[in-house]
Design a protein around this ligand. Structure first.
Ligand code: NAP
Ligand code: GDP
Length: 325
């Protein structure tokens, strides 16, 4: 960041991660934090510009002249949405990423932080996965469209660095959850989908609660507000083009069954959890190492999972009218 007049444009600013960043930025503003005194933040959604469209993307950059971009905008969804729309995930995300990075170059943005995901890593791999392995083999077939499009961000970042000396980098979060998530049953990720269904089960007094798949797959989950704090650190402090994994520790990986138990506890649900094994499990695990993060950003504390789940459930209860369903 320069000493004065940094303008940070957040694409995807209306989504789960974008709104979490906004919450942390607002918190910094409210305490007059020194970090933020030289930063102006702009949070954009698809209503501000459809980033699949080059003209609209350039108009957005022309309007704001950002010096920094946090690029979150993407077609995003859970396992079942990916399985049904691999082509759309590939085409939409390729278009968005091409337009945002090219506009960033054209308008002289000094730093871009884009977002990959641990689900884009090779399926057939050794564990733990680290940042050097992004391109080491085909991704899981269930989300190949999203994965290949996301991997191309890293290709673009390297190209812009080599040919033009740009500082475009990427972060690799594990599964994210929190307030403002997409709680849609069809498109949502596992935590918001289960929260929404648990809410219905409790409201209707249903005796059983169904989790899709076997419940055995394992995932690392990061609370969106923790991820937001890490994004600010990357924007301000991390200067390599190489991706960096933003995840909880390997030992915090848990099964989908354990996630369902945590949501049951947060709701005080008394019924039984059952598993519909006719539904897909997706990738069994994608255990990622946060060694690089831990070595560069010592002492970062993640919110305990059960606290973050309870906060998310409370947010959903309080904000059902405005939640994406
Ligand atoms: P999200 O809640 O679904 O938000 C997506 C954001 O992208 C929204 O602000 C949406 O705007 C915007 N967007 C979508 N299509 C657009 C378009 N054509 N033009 C302009 N804006 C568009 O997603 P999220 O979970 O916050 O994801 C943010 C980033 O994190 C993504 O790059 C995603 O791949 C990555 N990520 C997510 C997870 C996860 O578990 N959620 C895990 C790893 C990485 P509207 O609100 O106007 O539709
Ligand atoms: P992934 O981590 O990219 O595979 O995405 P998800 O967040 O969609 O997690 C998928 C895992 O949760 C798979 O093992 C699913 O079988 C399991 N799961 C259980 N119930 C649900 C549900 O209602 N929605 C989703 N998306 N996944 C579910």
């Amino acid at each position: 960041m320069s000493a004065t007049n940094n303008i940070v444009l957040v694409t995807g600013g209306t989504g789960l991660v974008g709104q979490a960043i906004k919450t942390i930025v607002d918190k910094e503003k409210s305490i007059n934090s020194k970090c933020i005194s030289n930063e102006t933040w702009i949070f954009c959604g698809s209503k501000d510009a459809d980033l699949r469209d080059k003209g609209q993307t350039e108009a957005l950059f022309e309007k704001h002249h950002p010096t920094h971009v946090i690029h979150l905008a993407a077609m995003v969804g859970g396992l079942f949405h990916n399985m049904a729309h691999n082509l759309d995930f590939f085409r939409e995300n390729m278009a968005i990423n091409e337009n945002v990075l090219q506009a960033s170059f054209k308008y002289g943005v000094s730093k871009v932080v884009s977002c990959l995901s641990t689900c884009i890593f090779p399926d057939n791999t050794t564990y733990p996965i680290d940042e050097t392995m992004v391109h080491n083999g085909p991704p899981h077939n269930s989300n190949f469209g999203y994965s290949y499009a996301k991997r191309m961000i890293d290709v673009l970042n390297r190209g812009y660095a080599e040919q033009h000396g740009c500082r475009f980098t990427s972060v690799v979060p594990c599964n994210v959850f929190g307030p403002h998530d997409n709680f849609s049953a069809a498109a949502g990720h596992v935590i918001p989908a289960l929260v929404r269904r648990m809410h219905a089960a409790v409201t209707r007094g249903e005796p059983t609660f169904t989790v899709l798949g076997s419940g055995r797959p394992r995932r690392q989950f990061v609370y969106s507000l923790d991820l937001a704090r890490l994004f600010l650190w990357v924007l301000r402090e991390y200067d390599s083009v190489e991706p960096i994994i933003l995840s909880v520790d390997e030992q915090d990986e848990m099964s989908i069954g354990q996630v369902a138990e945590a949501i049951k506890k947060a709701y005080g649900y008394q019924g039984d959890i059952v598993f519909d094994t006719s539904k897909a499990d997706g990738q069994y695990k994608k255990t990622a190492s946060n060694k690089k993060l831990r070595s560069l950003h010592k002492g970062f504390q993640f919110t305990p999972f059960h606290t973050a789940i309870q906060d998310t459930v409370n947010w959903f209860k309080d904000n059902r009218d405005q939640a994406r369903l």
